[in-house]
Design a protein around this ligand. Structure first.
Ligand code: FAD
Length: 411
């Protein structure tokens, strides 16, 4: 069968694959991206964080994203019960850097990034499924199937980047999977035409709503630029199982239990099938091997509550492209020190806040009215995705920071 060669082969053309492809092209590498679907394709993960803009910019794709006309985003609104609501404006944050970003239909957004990266000379090949991988010997190689013809071929490369997201191609093939430390949760979600009353709703912010009776159950409402919203709810499977009927009925029943959403979405048109995803939190034993590294969701995925997924994915691409560039130039690279450790630093900061969200401490702090301006700016920074900025005390020592604030708020 056919054998092809390239410098770097990337599995998956989502945000982590496209950003990595563009960055490697800046180094002049030959890049082949193998994507199982055709683009545009649906993906969950529609609310970006300002930190991700730095990576879009670094990859040379900023103009493409700005000109695509996505919904501008400058913050997050939090709501619980009938009247309680607060918000954070990302621009009023501790860290330097972008304070605004976008809410994106991922079908369109991922295509913008992939087409932009392709323009720089990376080859994107769609309808290609990666079936097998040899990454521990001298010659890394993938076995690939062309979905249309069924033909199988071999791609030999100097290095493999797995950006296959929830496909988790190398973790599965190499037995790298390990369970997440978070309990299994699931989401019911769809897109709606929201028909919200003018002025009723700041479309520049995601709304995170807490269920009025169940603190660990929350909803996302992500407005798009075309009068539509992504609407979802997250809970443990046993909780969701209490709601009967078809998935749309279940989601609508849950939405109507939150008074703010019931009022906001009273005239919404539910025109799109509701989807369910369960058990998305995942981890791996190692983020790299002799001839491969795992990017984005192919590595660890924590939780959707702070919309950190795409930001973590792009951070991983930037770190990996730098380490790989030095390796391809013949330097010795310590992937633990140069990739895994710095990536995990931010992931671990997010992890502390996700934990504190579900156990209630962070929610208490978010709604606490006595916060001073400095604490607000620290919170705005982590919510804006600046989880790698160690000048921020809530990033440098998140557990200690959360404990101290919880003691102050509870006093
Ligand atoms: P993906 O975007 O999943 O891309 C992977 C690509 O690989 C896909 O196109 C897939 O077709 C391809 N692929 C898979 N298997 C193969 C194969 N065998 N061969 C070839 N190609 C393959 N993140 C946010 O930033 N904001 C949010 O608001 C947000 N909300 C979320 C809500 C929920 C309920 C969940 C579960 C996640 C959410 N996320 C969110 C996370 C977000 O979806 C992911 O973090 C993000 O999509 C990861 O990007 P990626 O490039 O790693 O993978």
């Amino acid at each position: 069968s056919r054998i092809e060669t390239t410098d770097v082969v990337i599995i998956g053309a989502g945000p982590s694959g496209a950003i990595a492809a563009a960055l490697l092209r800046q180094q002049g590498r030959r890049v082949l991206v193998l994507e199982r679907e055709t683009f545009p394709r649906f993906s969950i993960g529609e609310s970006l964080l300002p930190q991700s803009m730095a990576y879009i910019e670094e990859a040379g794709l900023l103009q493409d994203v700005v000109e695509a006309g996505f919904q501008y985003k400058n913050g997050a609104t939090f709501a619980r019960g009938a009247t309680e609501t607060t918000f954070f404006d990302f621009r009023e944050k501790w860290s330097a850097g972008w304070g605004t970003t976008y809410q994106v239909q991922r079908g369109a957004f991922d295509k913008v990034l992939a087409d932009g990266a392709a323009r720089t000379g990376a080859e994107f090949r769609y309808q290609q499924t990666v079936l097998a991988a040899e990454v521990e010997g001298e010659q890394p190689a993938l076995t690939v199937k062309d979905n249309a013809s069924g033909e199988q071929y071999r791609v030999e490369a100097r290095f493999v980047l797995d950006a296959s997201g929830f496909g988790r191609v190398l973790p599965r093939l190499l037995d790298l999977e390990t369970p997440s430390s978070f309990p299994v949760r699931g989401a019911l979600f769809t897109h709606i035409e929201d028909r919200t009353a003018p002025g009723s709703f700041d479309r520049n912010k995601i709304i995170i709503t807490t269920h009025p009776q169940h603190e660990a159950v929350w909803y996302w409402t992500i407005p798009f630029s075309n009068g539509r919203c992504s609407q979802g709810v997250v809970a443990e499977p046993a909780f969701l199982a209490q709601y009967s009927g078809d998935d749309q009925t279940r989601l609508q029943t849950l939405v109507n239990e939150a008074p703010n959403l019931k009022a906001l979405l009273a005239d919404a048109v539910w025109d799109t099938p509701v989807r369910q995803i369960t058990g998305y939190a995942a981890n791996v034993k190692s983020l790299y091997g002799k001839h491969f590294a795992l990017l984005g969701n192919a590595g660890e995925f924590l939780d959707p509550v702070f919309s950190s997924g795409v930001t973590i994915a792009m951070t991983s691409s930037s770190l990996a492209a730098k380490a790989l560039g030095r390796m391809l130039d013949g330097e010795t690279v310590d992937w633990e020190a140069d990739y895994a450790v710095p990536l995990k630093r931010g992931v671990d900061a997010f992890r502390a806040f996700v934990t504190a969200w579900y156990d209630g401490r962070f929610q208490k702090l978010i709604y606490y009215k006595g916060k001073n301006e400095e604490i607000r700016r620290m919170i705005a920074s982590i919510l804006a995705g600046y989880a790698w900025d160690e000048t921020n005390p809530c990033v440098r020592a998140p557990e200690r920071w959360l404990a101290a604030l919880d003691a102050a708020v509870s006093a």
